[in-house]
Write a protein that binds this ligand. Structure first.
Ligand SMILES: [Zn+2]
Length: 167
């Protein structure tokens, strides 16, 4: 709890600060403040750049991507909230960063699933004459072109032990 003296002191300090300009990096907003007494200036950002949590730009683009939306959907959403959206350039930068991260995660999951299927095939004795595990998979796919210069290819590979459950 601030004492009366501390609060008064802080109030006196703040009266010398004036806002100079606003710095925007998408949703990360900073206000440049300047001291009228000594001309010292500093940009105060609403987000801590050292924070380990996801920043607002990445979080917003993640949310839009997870619901299958794009830049125009995000613009529309923020417009309804009366909040300026990120620029398209920032959106594309975040989109590419997230797409790369999701691809790495997907590949790790695929490798883990293949390893598990390999072990199950060996346990069942589903191996060829050279001892190579035989994995049954069902593949379906589609090819779609969307904006942001990215071509999406979707392949669905159903795992054998899951197929057994649905047949
Ligand atoms: Zn000063």
């Amino acid at each position: 709890m601030l004492s009366r003296v501390t609060f008064t002191h802080l109030k006196n300090l703040l009266q010398f600060l004036e806002g100079e300009s606003e710095k925007r990096n998408g949703l990360n907003i900073g206000n440049k403040m300047k001291c009228r007494m000594c001309s010292y200036s500093k940009v105060f950002r609403i987000e801590n750049p050292q924070s380990p949590t996801m920043n607002a730009n990445t979080a917003a683009v993640t949310g839009i991507m997870r619901i299958g939306g794009g830049f125009s959907n995000m613009e529309e959403f923020f417009s309804a909230l009366n909040i300026p959206s990120t620029s398209k350039k920032t959106f594309i930068k975040e989109h590419e960063k997230l797409s790369d991260a999701w691809e790495v995660t997907a590949l790790k999951e695929i490798e883990s699933a293949v390893s598990e299927e390999r072990s199950l095939a060996i346990q069942r004795g589903d191996v060829d004459s050279e001892g190579i595990p035989l994995l049954k998979v069902v593949v379906d796919g589609s090819w779609d072109k969307r904006s942001y210069k990215t071509n999406y290819a979707l392949y669905v590979i159903s795992r054998h032990n899951l197929i057994d459950k649905f047949i």
